[in-house]
Every structure is written in structure tokens, then in C-alpha cells.
Design a binder for this molecule. Structure first.
Ligand SMILES: O=c1ccn([C@@H]2O[C@H](COP(=O)(O)OP(=O)(O)O[C@H]3O[C@H](CO)[C@@H](O)[C@H](O)[C@H]3O)[C@@H](O)[C@H]2O)c(=O)[nH]1
Ligand SMILES: [Mn+2]
Length: 688
């Protein structure tokens, strides 16, 4: 039983996976020579019997408490710590008024020194700054004086879920924000993590560090031990944790066969027993050992410490696995002392790849050959659709589902289709395919008697049924065109095969009088079927347009600059076969007469000059004299008009070319010009 007004270090264990952390914490405090007792708040319903048994060995007092869930845990997701939804359970600390002072320590803390001096703090509450937000304190190390008033106040806050991080640290910081609390040195709660980069400060204050707190989701025991051998502040401190762990590894304690955890009532009556370790419901506190008087060395210290290099001993099943291969703790070079900017790595340092996870597989050494099973299961047999033996009755109608289906009056079918006939199975399509002279002739005469009955049925069907589409020539045309696509050879073979197969019904041969014409001359619609094509209505000429502009013939006046139509008609147009350029002989009108210097020589446009890119318009045309013996020009006629013909080839600028005429005619063979152009000009030229 705890002495009233005692001082204790206290931790919290709510799950089995924090057992290793709690063990290292307890061992580290005792190893460091603390004079204080160790207690743990535990939640019975979430811990295994083995864990509780282990904890009983480790702590002087186990105090059972109920878990307190945060009713409003959404803020936990801000730090991705949904696992902390029961962290409010910590507020049970304030209820432990049987103690004078409590130094609370998270289960993920390792003590390098026993900070017993913390119990001397007068302030009712003290904590160290949080590395993430130094104005706030980290709730992993707290010095507190239990007080029921404070407990209820905190309980009220917890019930409302008022916490900025969704867990105890947010809640407690909010609670103490406007209250007196003492700030502890960071060395009481040094929180290294992978991001902690201020190595110079660490080097400087290293010797003062009392406790190291491995905050965050990843705890030391969750990582491979080898990870502690890497460089960096974190790994250096991590190796401290493992050193304590290794030092105290011992076989797991088997849980007692009977009830491990006594009820509160039992415990009260049995609290002096040394043999039976009891766990008491809060607030009764019992010691698993006889509570040793203040100053006595804790039992674990009295026991000879296991050899650190003796790794045969394990703490739990997990650890036994992990440590099954006995190997001495490997030397870790003081890598933090090595400054890569100044020197080569120490000769004994291990390669970086040492930390890579290694997975080894062993070969199967069985010498037995593979034995196939004697028999394999039969393949499933019902994997096809069973066609019903009998055709379902035609009259059978599906059961009515909806009310209106019950009273539905189904009109009796009046149309008779070939398929509806019980015996003959030919269809109108087949009949169509058999109407050609060729096919009918191809049917062997012997078959005609075989199918007599079907022929009769066909006749009766043919007489009775007249389909609407029989009168529509478009449908018939379509069917014929489809038939046309089938080769006559194929049709013929079909015609032969059908009667040879028993049960197959051939379309009845019709006599010539009944047979309809089957030759398709064209698929074009007839003049009656064809809709009239849309045509643009002829324009109606109006006598006047905007008044009296029209001349006496009713035509509109010519546009300015457009040559007279009569001039255009008289022009000769040459079309360049290469580029399509049209050239006009402007010399063939009255104002610009044909060029000639003799009766049989006419100047003509012969060459079109192009820009380097043939696709662009020509830049000029050349005119030269050609012999045209057949067309002696009426020299006098032109001379009489006072025109003097040019005598030598000339280049006409394009701008002088008249617009295209609408009359095209080919230059006669005898007018083929002979180019006299200079080679340089011909570079981008071609002859017409
Ligand atoms: O499944 C769990 C979770 C937590 N704990 C106990 O609760 C403590 C707090 O959880 P921990 O994982 O150590 O939290 P930290 O990563 O240290 O996170 C910070 O944020 C927590 C929520 O605010 C505070 O409780 C811590 O003190 C603070 O350091 C642990 O040490 C254990 O003692 C369990 O026993 N089982
Ligand atoms: Mn912690």
C-alpha cells in the first residue's frame, strides 16, 4: 500500500504495444538510481494478462483506471494520431491524491539520469516546452500535485472534447494557459525526432539531458534495432533506449494460470500478500512487491544486472524471436563525431546499407518428389444451357404481373405468316429467292413430287396473304437488289440442296403466268416514285431597278472598269497547262491590235514567268513573234486604224493583263510559238 503523501513516478499503459516502452522507462529510472517509487495507470480491459504480469514486475504500483475517450477526436487527424483517442485518460493523474507529488512520464521515455529533483518543485504544475511549439508544454513529462478540484475541471473539459490537438496535450495546455505553471528545462523532456536538426545545441547541452522522449507515431521498439546505429542526434539517443532494453532483457513472465487480476474487493483483503501481485481498481493502490521503505533500493536493482552482451534472455515472445540469434552488440562507430566536410569516414564505420532490411528465405530441403493427386475432381457438368426437349406451347403466355395485364384484351392475330403454318417452313423471302427463271429451272424434277403437299400449302398461303409491302415497289426493289448481290451460282446450289434435305421446304415453283417479273434492270426509282428534285426558281426580270437605270433592253448598266463583253469575245485566251494561268492576247481588240510585222508572223504571248514557287501567280509574260502562215492577218485593217505594231518581243507587266474571258480555245498546232527568251528568264519559266 502506498504511503499517503508519497512521491511517485507514474506512467500510463493502455495497450500491450507500449509495454516495451514502459519496461525501458522503469528500468532506466532504477538504473539511474532513483529513490522514488514507480507507478503506472493501466486500463485492464485493453491489456493482456501477460502484459499485466509484466507490468507488475516492473512497477511498484499499478493503478487501474477507465479509459477516457475524446468525444470529439477530429483534431487528432491534424497530426495523424488516431491512436491517441484515449489520451485523455492521463487526467486520472490529478485524482491520485494518495500521492504528494507525481512526476508523470510517458511510456516512450528513457531516463539518462534520475530527475528526482523534480519532486522538489513547489508549483502545482510544471512541464517542459514542446519542440513543435515551445510556448506550449509537452505533456510527456509533467510534475503535478494531485487535486480533485483540478481533476473535475479537467474531466469537464475532457467530456466536452475541448482540445486543440484532440489529445491530452492540447487539453492540458488550454487548461493551464491562464494558470500558474512552471516551465521545465528542455533537458527533462528532450524530444528528438527525425526532423530535429539543431545538432550544435545537442552537442552543447548533451551532458545535461535527463530524459529523452521519443514522440511521434514511430516508437523505438517498432523499428529495427540496427536503425539506431546510423548517424544523427536521433539515432544516438535511440541507441540509449536500446542499451537499456538490452540490459534488462529477460524471459517473459508466464501469466498466472488462475485469475491474474484480482478484483478490488479481493485486493483490499489481500493487500499485504507478497506472493500474489494484485492490481487494484483506482483509487486503491497496491504494490506488487512489498512497498519498500523510502531509500531502499528497488528490487530490480538488488538483482544482479544481466550481462549486456548476454542476448540469450528475452523479455517477451516477440523479443525472443528478434533475439534468437545470439550475437554480441556490435560496435557502433562514433559517427556523430565525424565531420564529413573535414575528414574521411572512420575506418571502422559501417556501410550505410547496413540498415537495409534483410529478408532471408531458406530452400525447401525436402527430397520427396512431387506426387500428383491420384485423381482430380470431376469437371462440372452443368455448364451448358439445356435446350428444352419440347417447344413451349405457343399459347403459353407469361403470368401477368401488373393489374392492367390481367384484363388486357389481346386482339386475335389476323395476319398469317409462313412461320405460323404448322408444316411448310418456307418464308416469303425464300419465295422471292426462287422466282428467277434460272433457279426454278435448277430444281430437280424429282423433287416436285416430294414437295407436293408443301406446294399446295404454299399456294394456299400465297392466295390468302397479301402483304402491304407487295404493293410498294420500293420494298420490292430493295429486296431484289439484295438478291442481286447473291451470286446466281450460290442461289443455284441452294436451290439444289434444299429439296435434297429431308424436312426442308422449297418454295413452290410457280407457273410462268403467276410468276412475277424478276429481272432488275435498274435500282433507280421510277419517275412516279422519285420525288421532284429541288430546282432554283428562274429569276423574274423586273422592268426597272431603283428607278430608270436599266437600258432599253432592261439590262443593268455595266460596272466601271469592266471591259465590254464584245471585247472579251474577241480575245484569245491561252491557258498554261502547268500552272493554269490564263493569258489573254490583248492585241486582239481594236484599241490593242494584234502584233505582226509580216503577213504570216504574229506576236503572241508565249511564255509565262513565275515566281520561284510555281503555285504563285506569274509576275510577267513574254511576247514574241511566231510564224503563223495559215492566218495571214488583215494588216491593212489595223494599219488603217493607225496602230503601229511592235516589232520585238516585250514583257508585259501583269497589271496590264485584262481580266479573264469566258471563252477558251486552244492555240492551233501551227501557231505553236518558238521561244526566243534568254536562258536566265527561262529559269522560272515554261512555255505555253
Ligand atoms: O495506444 C496507446 C497510446 C498511448 N499510450 C500512452 O499514452 C502516452 C502518450 O502517447 P504517445 O504515443 O507517447 O504520444 P506522443 O507521440 O508522445 O505525442 C504527444 O502528444 C500526445 C497527445 O497529446 C501526448 O500524450 C504526448 O505526451 C505528447 O508527447 C504513451 O506514452 C503511453 O504512455 C498507450 O499506453 N497506448
Ligand atoms: Mn510520448
Amino acid at each position: 500500500m502506498a504511503t499517503m503523501g508519497e512521491d511517485v513516478y507514474c506512467t500510463l499503459v493502455m495497450s500491450d504495444n507500449y509495454l516495451k516502452g514502459a519496461a525501458v522507462l522503469a528500468h532506466s529510472l532504477r538504473d539511474a538510481g532513483t529513490k522514488k517509487k514507480l507507478a503506472a495507470l493501466i486500463t485492464l480491459d485493453t491489456l493482456s494478462a501477460a502484459t499485466i504480469a509484466e507490468l507488475k514486475e516492473l512497477f511498484d504500483y499499478l493503478i487501474t483506471v477507465d479509459r477516457i475517450r475524446n468525444p470529439n477526436p477530429k483534431n487528432l487527424y491534424l497530426m495523424d494520431r488516431a491512436d491517441l483517442s484515449f489520451a485523455f485518460t492521463k487526467i486520472y493523474l490529478w485524482r491520485q491524491t494518495q500521492f504528494r507529488k507525481i512526476v508523470y512520464l510517458d511510456a516512450d521515455i528513457v531516463a539518462l539520469r534520475a530527475p528526482d529533483e523534480l519532486f522538489e518543485i513547489d508549483a502545482p504544475f510544471a512541464a517542459a516546452p514542446d519542440v513543435g511549439w515551445p510556448d506550449a508544454f509537452n505533456s510527456g513529462v509533467m510534475v503535478l500535485t494531485p487535486d480533485m478540484g483540478e481533476y473535475w475541471a479537467l474531466q469537464t473539459m475532457a467530456a466536452s472534447g475541448d482540445s486543440f490537438d484532440g489529445a491530452d496535450q492540447g487539453l492540458l495546455n488550454q487548461y493551464y494557459e491562464h494558470r500558474d505553471w512552471q516551465r521545465l528545462s528542455f533537458t527533462y523532456n528532450t524530444t528528438p525526432n527525425a526532423q530535429y536538426q539543431w545538432e550544435p545545441a545537442y552537442r552543447h547541452y548533451k551532458r545535461d539531458i535527463k530524459m529523452v522522449h521519443f514522440i511521434g507515431k514511430q516508437k523505438p521498439w517498432m523499428k529495427a534495432r540496427q536503425s539506431a546505429s546510423g548517424p544523427g542526434v536521433y539515432n544516438e539517443l535511440l541507441s540509449h533506449w536500446w542499451a537499456v532494453y538490452d540490459r534488462h532483457s529477460k524471459p517473459p513472465i508466464a501469466p498466472p494460470a488462475s485469475h491474474t487480476v484480482a478484483t478490488a474487493k479481493e485486493s483490499e483483503s489481500d493487500d499485504t500478500s507478497k506472493e500474489r501481485a494484485n492490481v487494484q481498481s483506482e483509487p486503491v493502490v497496491l504494490s506488487p512487491h512489498e512497498a519498500s521503505p523510502e531509500g531502499d533500493a528497488p528490487p530490480s536493482i538488488e538483482e544482479p544486472l544481466p550481462n549486456p552482451s548476454d542476448n540469450a534472455e528475452v523479455l517477451t515472445d516477440d523479443l525472443r524471436e528478434e533475439r534468437s540469434e545470439p550475437k554480441p552488440r556490435e560496435f557502433s562507430a562514433p559517427q556523430m563525431e565525424w565531420d564529413a566536410t573535414r575528414s574521411a569516414p572512420p575506418a571502422e564505420s559501417r556501410p550505410e546499407a547496413m540498415d537495409f532490411p534483410v529478408q532471408q528465405y531458406t530452400f525447401n530441403d525436402s527430397r520427396q518428389l512431387f506426387q500428383p493427386p491420384k485423381s482430380y475432381p470431376e469437371p462440372p457438368k452443368d455448364m451448358w444451357y439445356e435446350v428444352p426437349q419440347e417447344k413451349p406451347a405457343a399459347e403459353e403466355r407469361p403470368k401477368p404481373i401488373f393489374p392492367w395485364e390481367k384484363d388486357r384484351i389481346v386482339p386475335k392475330a389476323t395476319r398469317v405468316f409462313a412461320d405460323d403454318q404448322p408444316s411448310p417452313h418456307s418464308t416469303p423471302w425464300q419465295s422471292l429467292s426462287m422466282t428467277s427463271e434460272l433457279e426454278v429451272d435448277a430444281v430437280p424434277s424429282a423433287s416436285s413430287t416430294t414437295h407436293k403437299s408443301s406446294t399446295e400449302t404454299w399456294q394456299s398461303f400465297n392466295n390468302r396473304s397479301v402483304n402491304a409491302w407487295d404493293a410498294v415497289p420500293g420494298i420490292e426493289n430493295y429486296i431484289r437488289s439484295v438478291m442481286e448481290q447473291q451470286s446466281p451460282r450460290k442461289n443455284k446450289s441452294m436451290a439444289i440442296q434444299i429439296p435434297s434435305t429431308e424436312g426442308q421446304i422449297l418454295s413452290p415453283p410457280l407457273d410462268t403466268a403467276q410468276r412475277r417479273e424478276s429481272l432488275i434492270l435498274t435500282d433507280f426509282p421510277t419517275a412516279i416514285e422519285r420525288p421532284s428534285l429541288p430546282v432554283t426558281p428562274a429569276p423574274i426580270r423586273r422592268p426597272t431597278f431603283w428607278g430608270e437605270e436599266r437600258d432599253e433592253t432592261g439590262a443593268l448598266p455595266a460596272a466601271d472598269g469592266v471591259p465590254d463583253q464584245t471585247d472579251w469575245v474577241r480575245e484569245k485566251l491561252f491557258v498554261c497547262p502547268q500552272c493554269g494561268f490564263t493569258s489573254h492576247e490583248s492585241s486582239f481588240n481594236a484599241s490593242n491590235p494584234p502584233l505582226f510585222d509580216s503577213a504570216n508572223v504574229v506576236s503572241r504571248v508565249t511564255t509565262v514567268e513565275h515566281a520561284p514557287d510555281v503555285s504563285t501567280e506569274p509576275v510577267s509574260v513574254a511576247i514574241e513573234e511566231v510564224e503563223a502562215p495559215g492566218i495571214a492577218q488583215n494588216e491593212d485593217a489595223f494599219e488603217s486604224e493607225g496602230s503601229s505594231p511592235p516589232t520585238s518581243p516585250q514583257l508585259l507587266p501583269l497589271s496590264l493583263h485584262p481580266p479573264p474571258a469566258y471563252h477558251y480555245y486552244t492555240l492551233p498546232e501551227h501557231l505553236r510559238p518558238v521561244s526566243k527568251l534568254a536562258p536566265s528568264l527561262r529559269l522560272n519559266s515554261h512555255q505555253i
